[in-house]
Design a binder for this molecule. Structure first.
Ligand SMILES: NC(=O)c1ccc[n+]([C@@H]2O[C@H](COP(=O)([O-])OP(=O)(O)OC[C@H]3O[C@@H](n4cnc5c(N)ncnc54)[C@H](OP(=O)(O)O)[C@@H]3O)[C@@H](O)[C@H]2O)c1
Length: 329
């Protein structure tokens, strides 16, 4: 697969990465460990060199999974993980925590779980209103100088926070939601990243599965599936948003591609420093998503998509209110 550089950081990764969260967390029961290990290794064999995880996925289980799966070719891949929460005894999130001593402890534990001596990219998972971002950036800077971390990242941070962090420790990548049905980053975020030479890693690039056409009004989710509490996935919203899926299906047919591939190719076409990280638990979908790197959207395709999108209003918030309060700070 083609490679891309995340901003001007020198960090080179496959044009499409693998989001590993859903293998352990978020979308219902975890995938069997050996199946998940095999899927991750098959991704590597097919050219994926960028793997995304977080302490919070499980918690801990997803990092442990990547540690096992990637050990045989550790030096050939880039592992990104994240810090920034406390957890209760049941594994639930019990608040944000980006205090310097906590970041240090999480780094040490993540290194063990990932079976590695360095974290390639260490993101703050959400901006912590109780800790100045300069202190967070300064702590990661120290971890970089100690050789425990190579690159610093932020997730769902606003432009002021990005600028302040970048002044202390250059930020390699911002990871935030961006896709055909969530385009807010185009307003302020993308121009800021371009100016500062920071790469962008869109999460949920397939709209948590909706943009692929595999989810309809009739779909029911597992009781543990996060989408049960997402307003954009209410029955009414799914019904209303079907127009977007229909549009994508039509474009995909013209391009002899699938809707998922068009959704990913569209992201790749926005900027050469954008690297989406679709997640899947299934090999055939992994292969389909990887092949999106070969789907080229022409300037005419992009204009057609743009004018078609302008006729569609996406319904439903992308997060419930208590989680919405944590983004774009
Ligand atoms: N920084 C953050 O706060 C944050 C938040 C969310 C996610 N993330 C990261 O971003 C990664 C990706 O995001 P995401 O998993 O939320 O959403 P996503 O990649 O947009 O969608 C994943 C969903 O789409 C389905 N899917 C994948 N490929 C498909 C295909 N070709 N056809 C039909 N369905 C397909 C998957 O189901 P199957 O498994 O059944 O294929 C899964 O339910 C995560 O794994 C995680 O690493 C980060």
């Amino acid at each position: 697969m083609q490679k891309r550089e995340l901003g001007k950081s020198g960090l080179e990764v496959s044009a499409i990465g693998l989001g590993c969260m859903g293998l352990s967390y978020g979308y219902g029961p975890a995938t069997d460990i050996q199946e998940a290990v095999s899927l991750i290794r098959q991704a590597f064999e097919r050219g994926v060199t960028f793997f995304d995880t977080a302490e919070a996925y499980g918690p801990y289980k997803n990092e442990e999974l990547l540690g096992e799966a990637l050990a045989p070719f550790r030096s050939e891949v880039v592992i990104a993980t994240k810090f920034g929460f406390n957890f209760d005894a049941n594994g639930g999130q019990s608040g944000m925590n980006s205090r310097p001593e906590h970041i240090r402890a999480v780094a040490d534990q993540a290194l063990k779980r990932l079976k590695t001596d360095v974290i390639d990219l260490f993101y703050q998972h959400r901006v912590d209103p109780d800790v100045p971002i300069e202190d967070v950036a300064g702590t990661v800077k120290a971890l970089i100088s100690e050789g425990k971390v190579k690159h610093f990242g932020l997730s769902e941070a606003g432009v002021q926070t990005i600028r302040r962090a970048h002044a202390v420790q250059p930020v390699t990548a911002l990871q935030s939601e961006y896709s055909l049905w969530w385009r807010e980053p185009e307003q302020e975020i993308l121009p800021t990243l371009e100016k500062l030479g920071i790469g962008f890693v869109p999460f949920s690039p397939l709209g948590k599965g909706f943009l692929t056409g595999a989810i309809s009004e009739a779909t029911t989710f597992d009781s543990k599936d996060f989408r049960n509490i997402v307003p954009r996935f209410s029955k009414e919203a799914r019904k209303a948003n079907q127009a977007l899926v229909d549009l994508l299906t039509a474009i995909a047919a013209r391009k002899k591609a699938t809707s998922a591939q068009v959704a990913l190719a569209w992201l790749l076409a926005q900027k050469p420093w954008i690297v989406p990280i679709p997640g899947t638990t299934k090999l055939h979908r992994l292969e389909e998503n990887i092949r999106a790197a070969e789907v080229e959207l022409t300037a005419e395709d992009l204009t057609n998509i743009e004018s078609a999108l302008a006729t569609i209003k996406v319904e439903g918030d992308r997060y419930p209110a208590h989680l919405q309060a944590r983004v774009n700070r």
